[in-house]
Design a protein around this ligand. Structure first.
Ligand code: ATP
Length: 225
């Protein structure tokens, strides 16, 4: 018999990024994570002004619109615009505090790539993140873990192997999850567009149409194929 759920609040998956623009690498990873974690509520969170990288190329309003087009009609996915609406740098800890206030004791599952996880101790108030959410680390077979110092202790003490464990409490576990990472990046898509080349099939057609209509990232209009 399966173990009864200890947590009566519905779990929420959170997947942040600049999505400049969103592509099939993001979407495939999100779908696999959603399935493996058994989530009915999966939120994509476009960053307003990310603290760890250069400012996005496309204005937030367009990145948001592209993300909405990408997930339209896909049940269980939604786009959360709170980081874009909030003034100043988009600190994940602020976002998680807001979700925690709204979601009571719901397990919050924050998805991050292995590279980001290795540098978690450079994030604003990083220790608080473990109090607010579970960390789901998206890995591929060749992913290298390289925690150091206090971060290593935090992670090792919290490691779990099965997604079901994340239903036992609202926050605080670390789960590694093998996720397909397609060789697609927003940088490569922007680069192709700026050179007048098509990024067709790397991102949804609806998103590419939006890019063309709004003349984002490139000087001339580019078709899909
Ligand atoms: P850029 O090329 O502009 O740096 P990006 O393509 O890496 O962008 P981000 O918006 O920075 O995309 O990524 C958001 C999240 O999506 C991160 O957690 C990142 O690990 C993940 N991600 C990005 N590309 C892929 C991919 N091809 N497969 C799986 N996950 C991805």
């Amino acid at each position: 018999m399966s173990r009864p759920a200890k947590n009566r609040f519905a779990a929420i998956g959170l997947f942040g990024g600049t999505f400049d623009p969103v592509h099939h690498g993001h979407l495939r990873a999100a779908l696999e994570a959603k399935e493996l974690l058994g989530l009915d509520d999966f939120r994509l969170l476009p960053a307003g002004t990310p603290p760890h990288r250069p400012s996005p190329v496309a204005p937030a309003i367009h990145r948001l619109a592209m993300l909405r087009l990408a997930v339209a009609g896909h049940p269980g996915f939604s786009v959360d615009d709170r980081e874009i609406r909030r003034a100043g740098l988009s600190y994940m800890v602020d976002t998680l505090r807001e979700f925690r206030q709204e979601s009571g004791e719901a397990p919050l599952m924050l998805l991050i790539g292995q590279d980001a996880a290795n540098a978690l101790d450079t994030w604003h108030e990083w220790r608080a993140i473990f109090e607010l959410a579970h960390l789901v680390i998206m890995r591929r077979p060749e992913s290298q873990e390289s925690w150091s110092g206090e971060l290593q202790q935090h992670v090792e003490n919290r490691f779990v192997k099965r997604p079901a464990r994340l239903r036992e409490k609202a926050a605080g576990y670390v789960l590694p999850l093998e996720i397909t990472q397609l060789a697609i990046s927003s940088t490569d898509i922007r680069d192709r567009l700026s050179r007048g080349r098509s990024p067709g099939f790397l991102l949804p057609d609806r998103v590419l149409d939006y890019i063309s209509q709004n003349r984002l990232y490139f000087a001339g209009a580019v078709g899909k194929g």
